[in-house]
Each structure stands twice: as structure tokens, then as C-alpha cells.
Design a protein around this ligand. Sequence first.
Ligand SMILES: Cc1cc2nc3c(=O)[nH]c(=O)nc-3n(C[C@H](O)[C@H](O)[C@H](O)COP(=O)(O)OP(=O)(O)OC[C@H]3O[C@@H](n4cnc5c(N)ncnc54)[C@H](O)[C@@H]3O)c2cc1C
Length: 425
Amino acid sequence: MSAEQAHATAPFEAIVVGGGMVGATLACLLGWAGLSVALLDAREAPLDGQAAGTGAPSLRVSALTPVSRQLLEGLGAWPAMAARRVSPYRFMQVWDGEGSGEVNFSAEQAGVPLLGHIVENDVTLAALEARLAELPSVTVRFDARVAELDTESAGERRTVVLEGGERLQAPLIVAADGARSPLRERAGIETRERDTGQVAVVTTVRTARDHGGVARQVFLSTGPLAFLPLCVEGDARHCSIVWSTTPEEAERLTALSAQALGQALGAAIEHRLGEVTVVDRALAVPLIQRHAEHYVRPGFALVGDAAHSIHPLAGQGVNLGLMDAAVLAEEVVEGRRRGLSPGDEHVLSRYARRRRGDNAAMLALMDGFRLLFGARHPALTLARNLGLSGVDRLGPLKRLLMQQATGHRGRLPAACRPFSRRDAG
Ligand SMILES: Cc1cc2nc3c(=O)[nH]c(=O)nc-3n(C[C@H](O)[C@H](O)[C@H](O)COP(=O)(O)OP(=O)(O)OC[C@H]3O[C@@H](n4cnc5c(N)ncnc54)[C@H](O)[C@@H]3O)c2cc1C
């Protein structure tokens, strides 16, 4: 794929604005089904596919659920990701740093071979970009920042205007332009916004002990700290760190020397992995939880972080976004079979109905977790310790929680079910 790959301004069947993991997945799904799609991104150029997943791990990673992996397998992106770098985990350990509660999950208890994979975002995106380049009906354009949106256009045509004045038209325009979504704003869609009062400090560490394929998370009074297991050239002593904490504490942590930050991290996880050495810079990312009041307008839809951004404590953000992409593509393709335009209101309202409730439930769950674990009241400390230990003892409840965490919730789109491509074919 190159910036020169496409220049047509002829009407498309869909225009996807934002070529992050979610927008790229949606464009792949629609292109795979034969729709003519334009994918527009403000970035200057595609990722360097050769560099992704080599050398030191990049700072931004995501825990991908088995359901997301299934979707990426179906799109043919997973083999390239696996050949680069994906780090499987089979166990999860969650405990209360202020009390005694602890819960341990295993893939075996959840009835799945793996609980998920930690994957650098660049690795996922590079694989999707390579797949997009092979789809003849998809036009990918970089350095294409959308400046205006016109969903009031006459008839079926909706219009986006690029910086520089070029106009592109389609009956469906999808905003996949991230948490601050300029298109969502231009469409006049309000969000419910909650400043979590937290900032995530992200970095990469090497630990004295092997992580053993365990994703660890400790709830501290200031917020959760995750050690996400990475395998770097067969070495299972690397972890990606997401330490959600107060802004003041984040400022203090990012100003520490690598050695002092390593010591702070080691102490915070109670030295479960031995000495911790910080091997990258520490980056602070503000955490704001947002949910769009509406997912659709005539001829317009929101997906991914443009529709919802969620606290990373359960590692669900991009997984929810990938599910949005799969459901929207499924509804568009199904509508097309019935002779409906991609921007038809029935198509879009079916998408919104299927996704908004699921995303709202996950956002509420994350809020509940954050408040419960942020509380210092002794009664709440006792409740959460009893709760965690209770979950650990109760098999059926544990299995239910695991199903949520692995993405096996509700009615999955066909693209996320095993062998869906064979079923469809
Ligand atoms: C610290 C942290 C840890 C996380 N960990 C996890 C995890 O473990 N698991 C998980 O599932 N999720 C996780 N997430 C969430 C996850 O990173 C996001 O949900 C995901 O990256 C969102 O992808 P997206 O494609 O919707 O948006 P983005 O990745 O933000 O992509 C938006 C794209 O739109 C483009 N764009 C913006 N404006 C325009 C415009 N006007 N015109 C054209 N293009 C435009 C941008 O260039 C960009 O490429 C985490 C988030 C944070 C902050």
C-alpha cells in the first residue's frame, strides 16, 4: 500500500476515516466482502512493516482476547502477527495490594487453550495494512486528514472534505478516528465523559524471574498496576507495564531514574518476579472514559475509541472496537444482500443496537471495579477481599468472568466464530 495507491474521488460504498487497528479491521472486512471502500488516515505513511515486532518491544501493547484473535485469523492477519511477535498468556493473577484477596484464573478453567495474547499495537496494525494492500476494492490513503463532514448531502451521498479541499463521497461514512474523534464532534454527537482521575504510566521491564505466561494485576490504593507478559526472542522475562495512578503520582514516577522506577515497580508487585529493570522510557497517558450518546446518524457511524474509550484495567478497549467493526461489517454485508444501501438506517440501527449495550455494560463494570478498588473504607476493603477470595472458590462464577474476559459474550458476529469463513463460503 502506498500513498499513491489511490486517487479516485469516485463515489465509494463506504469511507472509513481513521486507519488505526479498528478502522483498518473494518476496511479489511468490508473489502473482503467486495465493497468499494476508502480508508483515510492523517498519518503521513503506513507503518514500517519490516520493523514492527523486531528489536525492543514498543510501548503500546494490547491484550487481545481469543475472540479478537479469531477475527484477525479470519482476515488472514494473524499469521503475520504470530511470525513477528505475539505473547500468549494462560494464567491471570489479580490481587488486592491493600488487603489479602486474590483470584487466579487459568485457560484450563475457562475451557480455552489460551486466555489471550499481549501484542504490540504496531504488530497488529502492520499485519492489517499488509492485508489491505491485497484487497483490490480497498483504497487506502495516508496524509489524508478529514477536515469537514457533510452528512446532510442530498440523496444517498455523504461527503468528507480533506484538508486541501478534495471531496470524497459514499452512502456510509464511518468515524474510526480515535478517542478525541473530530468527526464525532462534527456530526454533533455528544459523549458522556468521566475523567477517571487517573493517568497510565506505561513502560517495558525485564524481570529476574520468568513471568510464566501469567498476566498479573495488583490493585493499589492509587489504582491498578499490570505486568503483562511479553516474550522477546524466546525470553519470558519481559513485561509491559500499565500503572494507572493519580496524576501527581504519575508525574513522580515518570521523573524517577530507571533504577528507582524499577525498585518502585518491584515493591508494588511484592517482588513476585524478583528484581525489576526498566528497559524503556516511561510514558504517561491520561485516562478518560467516554461513551458516545449515539453510535449512528443518517449515513454515519462511530466505531472503536471514537464511540467509547474505556479504562485499560481489563484490557478491553481495542477488543470492543474490533467487535464494533465485525458487527458493523456484518450488518452492512447482510443489508446489501437484501438490497439495502450501506448507509441505510435499518442497517445502522441494527449495528447500534447490537453494540451500544455491550459496550455500556463493560464501561459500567470498569467503573465499578475502579471505585471498589479505589475505596479506602475498611468495610469495602473487607468486601473486596471476601469477594476476590469468593470468586476464587466459586467455579461457575469464575467461569462466567472468564468468558467475559476472553470475549465470549452474547451473540458473536460470524467473523469472530471459528471457521466462519468456511461457513460463509
Ligand atoms: C495505556 C493503555 C493501555 C491499553 N491496553 C489495552 C489492552 O490491553 N487491550 C485493549 O483491548 N485495549 C487497550 N487499550 C485501548 C486501545 O489502545 C484502544 O482502544 C485502541 O488503540 C483504539 O483503536 P482505534 O483504532 O479505535 O483508534 P486509534 O488507534 O486512536 O486510531 C485512530 C486513527 O484515526 C486517525 N485520525 C484521527 N483524526 C483523523 C482525521 N481527521 N482524518 C483522518 N484520520 C484521522 C489517526 O491518525 C489514527 O490512526 C489501552 C489503552 C491505553 C491508553
